[in-house]
Each structure stands twice: as structure tokens, then as C-alpha cells.
Design a protein. Structure first.
Lengths: 264, 315
């Protein structure tokens, strides 16, 4: 029995190394001198330096692209939470005709890849005059994220006992008041998890962003376009900057992650 | 015990009946108490409007683009163009070969992770957090990470040379070895997107009542026997969901391929992107998109038919 437990821990450690070690290697590449990036054979403990990172930061368009990525993610979170949370609440609290049909269609959006949507949307956005803006990318990202936000918020809100909400109404709260004062505080961590998911999905999304922008790309789109022509230090620093938010947002989401089910 | 058990369970318990794969099967109403009225429709309206404008309309527009020529006339001109596009068939094959390798690899990896997370392991919240980290990493980042490992003067060759196993850097990412490039893409994808499969599998594992495992213990079943004869059969609906999701994701693999292979290997999604961004051919690009969608739908239907789930397994 002891041996079996040891085996389990060994397995858990091996799998953790499999996940974490490539992240360390990227960090070593992004925070070493440029010459040690080109060194061969490489040393697993490089000459640590901020040189590669500052080279990337000074490259054309990088700070602006990062700024646009943040703006796009912010618009996506606000739009998808504003539109998605009421829908999640409706599914969690009401029984109504069309509820099942609505849920089925929300779930089945997963079968329609971003590839199918972004090309026709590019044509629309050109006509509407918002092609190559943060709004074009954010509107597309909201469409991608919205079904997940609806599903996540509905499971989060269903976890808040309906009795508390009814009690608040008995004591004179209106329905929106009860939601705001009783449900919201209890559901806040879960809603934060939904928002984190939206942030990550938007910040990481590259296919639609590269289709919908030309002159004003988000960070992933900029990096993707530059990929074939850029030196290794540029790639490593870029990838590191794209990787780092995951540590924060997965931490915020960790308690709710199993409810996601259809996440990315 | 496990953090994901107590909390994830609490978060979903209201809407998911046990055993139903989270998400892909709509849940039963959790007996809400409110009377029917206009309120739910008012709450749903914004999301419905948004998804019609930004989901259904683009979908129809995509179909229109794929089945009209550049002049706007309806017909199969674009489909013809698609089938005769240089590199079309190789992109189809590359996508399918990649899919065929990645399904078993990732399923085994995800199963190992989820069984560990689900077992009574100290610090299982920590392991779960670590295994979930790649969930927040883009395909582009994962492609670059594995590029830094597989590139000619990369980490893998460095380590192999230090160990004396090779004397010159081995070229892993050569356009002459397409299968080897596909293998590196599979590794990068297995690293990045296993976490989403783990989420689905852990959800399914936690829905299996403990009594089954206890019954197996009564008959002195070995851990392998328990896995093979008890856990896996009960996990079948969940495994099906995981297979469907993994397959749909495989058709969309994009930036990983560009980061690792550059232009020396193409898959369907990279062809779609190239058709639009490099050749300014929205019709052709949309046709690629529609093909990806059709493949996703057909493979989903195939899994549903080939792996039927008896209703009692869903209870």
C-alpha cells in the first residue's frame, strides 16, 4: 500500500514536471542575454538578464499591441458579462418554454470553429468601417466567449440558494435589489472565474485577431505576423509575455474550473 | 479532500445531474420555483440578439461566400478552387494524421492526470492547479515553447549532446520529415490542451458513485482490474464527450503549426488563414472554414453513433 502511494506521488510529480518544465525553459530563454539564446549547447541555467525582454519591448509596435490586447480583453469581459450574466441567471432561476432549446443551442456553438466565423465577420466589419480596430476584435471575441460565460454563470448562480434571495424579497428588496445585495456578493468569486476565463480566451486568441487586423494588431496577431521574420529572442520574449497571465487567472478560476466543462 | 471535488461540485451541483458530461448535454431544470413570465425572455434577449448577429449571420455569410464565386454568382466555382488549391489534399491528410495520433496520446495522458487528481493525494489542489495552467496558454505560445525545445540549436538537442547521445544537432523540424514535424505538433498540443480533457474526465470521475469501487474491493480487484472493468466502462459517456471535444479542437489547430513548422507544413486552419491574409481570397478562405465545420460536425455525429451510451449509464 505504501509503495502504491509512492507510485502515485511519483506519477503526480512527473506529470507536474511535464507541465512546468517547458515553462521554465521558455522563461530561461526570455530572461537570458541574447548571446546565450544563440549559444549551443545551451545551459539549463543561463546567464540571467533582462536584455532579451527589453530588446523585444523596444521592437516596433510591441507596447502598442500589448495595450490593444488589454483593451480588447477589457471590452470582451465587460460585454460578455453584461450580456451573459442575465442569461445565466434566467437559466439558473426560471423554468420557461424554450429553456432547453436555448441551452442546446448555446452548447452547440462549440461545434462552430472560429475559422468559420472570423472570415465572414471580416467582410462585415469592412462594410461597417470598423475593420482593423479593437472593436472588431472585441466583438468577435465576445461572440466566442459569450456561450461559455452563459454556461459558467448559470452554474455559479444556481449554486446560490434561492431561499436567500426570496428572504431578501420578503424583507422588502426588489428582485434586482435582491440580486445585487444578496446573490452578487455570494456569486462574486464564481463570476470572477467566468470573467477570468473571458480574459484568458481573448488575450490568447490569435486566429480571428490576425484576420480582423492589419495595421493595428493585438499582441498575438503582431507576434504571429512577425514569426517567420523574427529572431529567436523576439519569439521567446513574446511567448513569455503571452504566457504569464495564466498563472494569475487560473488561480482565480481554480475553484470553479470543473464547472466549465466546455472550456477551451 | 480534493479541492476540485468540494468546490467544483458545489459550483455545478445545481445544474448538472450526476454522470451527464458537464456542458455538452443540456441539464435538466433544477426545479426552479418561479412562475413563468416575461422575465426570463427579457434576460435572455440580449444574448440571443448578440449570437444571432455575430454567430448565425456570419455562419450564413460563410456559406454564401463558399458557394458563390468571386463575381457573386452561386455555384461550385469556389469548391472547385478549394479542391484544386495547391496543398489542399496534403493539408487534409496532415490534419487527419495529426488527429489520429493525438487522440490516443492525449486521452491516456488526460486519464492519468485525472485519475491522480481524483485519487486521495495530498495537495491535490496544488496538482490540479499545475495541471490546469496550460488551459490559459495560447496555441501560439505553446508552439513557440516547443519550438525553443525542438529547434536545431534548441533545448532538446542541447541536452542530448550534453548526454553524449548525439554529436551534431539533429534537425527535428525539417520539411523533409513531415511526420516528425507532425509529431512535434502533437507533443505541443498534448502539452497545451490536455487540461481541458482533464476537466471533463475529472467531472465524470467524480460523478461515479464510490459504491462501485468499494464493491470491486470486496472482490479483491487489482487497481488495473478496477480501472478496466469498473471505472472506464462507467466513464464511457464522459470519454465520448472528451473525444468529441478533442476532435473538434484538432481541426482548429493553427498557431502551433505556424510556430513549429513555419510554411513547411500546412493544416486546414493555416490554409484558411493564408487564403485570407496572403492571397486576399475571402471565398476560398470561407470554403476552408466551412470544410472545417463540416468535418467537426461529421466527426461529432460519428462519435455519437459509434459510441452509443445506454441510458442507464447516464443515471
Amino acid at each position: 500500500m505504501r509503495a502504491r502511494a509512492l507510485g502515485k506521488y511519483a506519477g503526480a510529480v512527473i506529470l507536474a514536471v511535464w507541465v512546468l518544465f517547458p515553462m521554465y525553459l521558455l522563461t530561461a530563454g526570455a530572461f537570458s542575454t541574447q548571446s546565450s539564446v544563440y549559444q549551443y549547447p545551451k545551459s539549463l541555467w543561463p546567464d540571467w538578464s533582462a536584455g532579451t525582454m527589453s530588446f523585444f519591448w523596444d521592437s516596433t509596435g510591441v507596447p502598442a499591441a500589448l495595450g490593444r490586447s488589454v483593451i480588447v480583453a477589457a471590452i470582451t469581459v465587460v460585454l460578455s458579462m453584461l450580456i451573459g450574466t442575465p442569461a445565466g441567471y434566467a437559466i439558473a432561476r426560471f423554468r420557461f418554454r424554450g429553456r432547453y432549446a436555448y441551452q442546446t443551442s448555446i452548447v452547440s456553438t462549440r461545434a462552430f470553429p472560429v475559422v468559420v466565423l472570423s472570415i465572414p465577420l471580416a467582410v462585415f466589419f469592412l462594410q461597417w468601417g470598423i475593420y482593423d480596430t479593437v472593436w472588431a476584435v472585441a466583438l468577435m471575441h465576445t461572440a466566442l466567449v459569450l456561450p461559455f460565460v452563459v454556461l459558467i454563470t448559470s452554474s455559479v448562480l444556481a449554486g446560490v440558494p434561492v431561499d436567500l434571495e426570496e428572504a431578501a424579497q420578503v424583507f422588502g428588496c426588489s428582485r434586482p435589489g435582491a440580486f445585487w445585495r444578496v446573490v452578487m456578493p455570494l456569486a462574486l468569486p464564481g463570476l470572477a472565474a467566468a470573467a477570468s476565463f473571458a480574459v484568458l480566451m481573448s488575450y490568447n486568441e490569435v486566429f480571428a485577431a490576425s484576420i480582423l487586423t492589419v495595421e493595428r494588431p493585438t499582441l498575438p496577431a503582431l507576434v504571429l505576423n512577425a514569426l517567420s521574420a523574427s529572431p529567436d529572442p523576439y519569439k521567446f520574449a513574446a511567448a513569455w509575455l503571452l504566457m504569464i497571465p495564466t498563472f494569475v487567472f487560473i488561480f482565480i478560476m481554480r475553484r470553479y474550473i470543473l464547472g466549465f466543462g466546455v472550456g477551451r | 479532500m480534493a479541492e476540485p471535488d468540494s468546490t467544483g461540485g458545489a459550483a455545478v451541483s445545481g445544474t448538472t445531474s450526476a454522470g451527464v458530461p458537464v456542458g455538452l448535454e443540456p441539464d435538466q431544470p433544477p426545479a426552479p420555483r418561479r412562475r413563468r413570465g416575461l422575465a426570463p425572455y427579457v434576460l435572455l434577449a440580449p444574448s440571443v440578439v448578440y449570437l444571432v448577429v455575430f454567430f448565425i449571420v456570419p455562419l450564413l455569410q460563410g456559406l454564401r461566400l463558399a458557394f458563390t464565386g468571386t463575381g457573386g454568382q452561386w455555384g461550385l466555382a469556389t469548391v472547385h478552387q478549394l479542391l484544386n488549391d495547391p496543398g489542399f489534399w496534403s493539408s487534409v491528410w496532415n490534419t487527419l494524421i495529426m488527429l489520429a495520433i493525438i487522440l490516443p496520446v492525449q486521452l491516456i495522458l488526460a486519464l492519468a492526470m485525472s485519475l491522480l487528481v481524483n485519487s486521495r493525494l495530498r495537495g491535490s489542489a496544488f496538482w490540479f492547479y499545475v495541471y490546469m495552467l496550460p488551459l490559459g496558454i495560447s496555441d501560439l505560445t505553446s508552439g513557440i515553447i516547443w519550438y525553443s525545445i525542438f529547434t536545431q540549436q534548441g533545448w532538446l538537442n542541447s541536452v542530448l549532446q550534453d548526454l553524449g547521445l548525439i554529436h551534431h544537432p539533429f534537425i527535428w523540424l525539417s520539411y523533409q520529415h513531415q511526420l516528425l514535424i507532425i509529431a512535434t505538433i502533437v507533443v505541443a498540443e498534448a502539452w497545451r490542451s490536455t487540461s481541458i480533457i482533464v476537466i471533463i474526465l475529472v467531472g465524470g470521475l467524480q460523478a461515479i458513485p464510490k459504491e462501485y469501487s468499494e464493491a470491486a474491493d470486496v472482490f479483491y480487484a487489482s487497481p488495473w482490474q478496477k480501472l478496466w472493468h469498473v471505472t472506464l466502462p462507467l466513464l464511457r459517456p464522459t470519454l465520448r464527450t472528451a473525444l468529441i471535444l478533442r476532435t473538434v479542437l484538432a481541426f482548429e489547430v493553427f498557431a502551433t503549426v505556424i510556430a513549429l513548422a513555419g510554411s513547411s507544413l500546412s493544416v486546414l486552419a493555416t490554409k484558411a488563414n493564408n487564403a485570407y491574409t496572403q492571397y486576399q481570397e475571402p471565398h476560398l478562405a470561407a470554403a476552408y472554414g466551412i470544410l472545417i465545420m463540416l468535418l467537426s460536425l461529421v466527426s461529432t455525429a460519428l462519435f455519437l453513433v459509434m459510441l452509443p451510451v445506454r441510458t442507464e449509464q447516464l443515471q
